[in-house]
Every structure is written in structure tokens, then in C-alpha cells.
Design a protein around this ligand. Structure first.
Ligand code: SAM
Length: 235
């Protein structure tokens, strides 16, 4: 992967960016995504935010090598604190766990003024992002799921919503758009997840009973039912 040839995962994120948007990529590491977007002329300006020194230096180096210092500004800082309100239209956050992405959004809420689009790619636990979006006036507009190097990734596109979007527990867990589509990758992901959850369920059956265990067993059972119901017709 480099700034000319993105991984399929980052290309899916890039494809959600519209022409002429101004983008901030938070947790940008090598700044491949913003450099790619500018080099392909989709956008003319971007900000790459990075909190860790090593990846921040890699991003600076990449932007210099690509001769894009006029177009991609690399800023060092935690999450959305690198942004001023109104600076960008689109924020991308990719390659982290869902809870960390949600934390970055929650801590930087006040920096999202003027932002119209969030493109989020959690490596795990997309449910925490969906919940955050619903609770904070955003709406899930689209979702993609893909497999690359034997890993499965989800990408969520969110926009501002005038009314609170309502999603069922099943849609929150599996993704409203992905659940409707039921692609082969989606079925694979949740079939594998189901196998893991059933193993945990078996272990729980053998553990000593306690009120907290019984609560966990119930939650797990609900989750298993939601997944089974979603993939049933394919099996
Ligand atoms: N976004 C790139 C991608 O998808 O390929 C890089 C993903 S890399 C696994 C995650 C990056 O996010 C790391 O470089 C890490 O230092 C950075 N990061 C983690 N927490 C962050 C935060 N709160 N603010 C800014 N960057 C953060």
C-alpha cells in the first residue's frame, strides 16, 4: 500500500469522499488517504491528524515525498483537537476499534461544527459507533463491508440528521444497510462470530451460577438470536 495504491479498505473509505470536499483524516499514520485523495484530484485540501510522534513523522515524510505540502497539512494532536470549527466538511477515522473512534468523536464534539460527513472504519465493534451517531444527531446513510487479507472490515458513512434515526438492536449490532444487503462477506462475518459466541455460551453453561453471570448469559442469548435470525435464510 502507498499513496498511489490504497488498500481495498482505505479505498472504500476514499470512495465515500465526494469531489471538492475538505477532509480531515484523524489517526492518519502515513497520510496515505489524504495524499491519495489530493493526487487523484478528488479534493484539493486535507488535514492529516496524528497523536503519536512516529506516525506523525511518517505522515510528514509522505506528504513531502508526494510534494503535497501546499495541500495536505499534517497536524500533531489528540483526535479532533487538531481542527478548528468550520475548517473541514468531512472527517475520516479509519483503522481503529469502534470504542476508540467513538471516544474521539465524543471528546471532540465541539470541533465537528461545519462537518457534514463522517466516514468511519472500525476494525471491531462497529456497534459503539452506530450508537454514538444516533445519540449525537447523525444518521447512517450508507455502509460497506469487505474482506481483505482474511480480515473483514465495515465502513460507515454518516450525515447530519434533523430527526433522531431509530434503529433496532439488531440493526445497531449488524448495521442497518449491511443487514438489508446480506452480502456473502456479511454472512461470513456473522457466521464466524456466531461460532465464537456459541463457544462462550457453552463455557458459561459450565460456570458456577451467579446473578452477574445470569445477566451476561441473557445478553449473549439475545445477541445470538439476533445474529441467527439475520443469517438464517442463507444456511
Ligand atoms: N488511519 C490509518 C489507516 O486506516 O490505515 C492508520 C490506522 S493506525 C492502525 C491508527 C492510527 O491512529 C495510529 O497511527 C495511531 O497513532 C492513531 N491514533 C490513535 N488514537 C488517536 C487519537 N486519539 N488521535 C489521533 N490519532 C490517533
Amino acid at each position: 500500500m502507498n499513496s498511489n495504491q490504497l488498500s481495498q479498505r482505505l479505498k472504500t473509505v476514499a470512495d465515500f469522499v465526494g469531489e471538492g470536499e475538505t477532509v480531515a483524516d484523524i489517526g492518519s499514520d502515513h497520510a496515505y488517504l489524504p495524499c491519495y485523495l489530493v493526487k487523484t484530484n478528488k479534493i484539493s485540501n486535507a488535514i492529516a491528524g496524528e497523536v503519536v510522534e512516529g506516525p506523525y513523522q511518517s505522515a510528514l515524510k509522505q506528504v513531502k515525498e508526494d510534494e503535497l505540502t501546499e495541500h495536505v497539512e499534517v497536524r500533531k494532536g489528540n483526535g479532533l483537537t487538531v481542527l478548528s470549527p468550520g475548517e473541514v466538511t468531512t472527517v475520516t477515522i479509519a483503522g481503529m476499534g469502534g470504542p476508540l473512534i467513538s471516544e474521539i468523536l465524543e471528546n471532540g464534539k465541539n470541533r465537528l461544527e461545519g462537518v457534514q460527513k463522517l466516514i468511519l472504519q472500525p476494525n471491531i465493534s462497529a456497534i459503539s459507533i452506530r450508537q454514538w451517531l444516533l445519540d449525537n444527531g447523525w444518521e447512517i446513510k450508507d455502509e460497506k463491508i469487505l474482506e481483505e487479507d482474511r480480515k473483514i472490515y465495515e465502513v460507515i458513512l454518516a450525515g447530519r440528521s434533523s430527526e433522531r434515526q431509530t434503529l433496532s438492536q439488531q440493526e445497531l449490532l449488524l448495521g442497518p444497510v449491511l443487514l438489508k444487503e446480506k452480502s456473502a462477506v456479511f454472512i461470513d462475518k456473522w457466521t464466524n462470530e456466531l461460532i465464537q459466541l456459541k463457544k462462550i455460551q457453552n463455557q458459561m453453561e459450565r460456570a458456577e451460577a451467579s446473578p452477574s453471570l445470569s445477566e451476561k448469559k441473557n445478553q449473549l442469548e439475545q445477541k445470538i438470536i439476533m445474529i441467527e435470525e439475520a443469517i438464517r435464510w442463507n444456511r
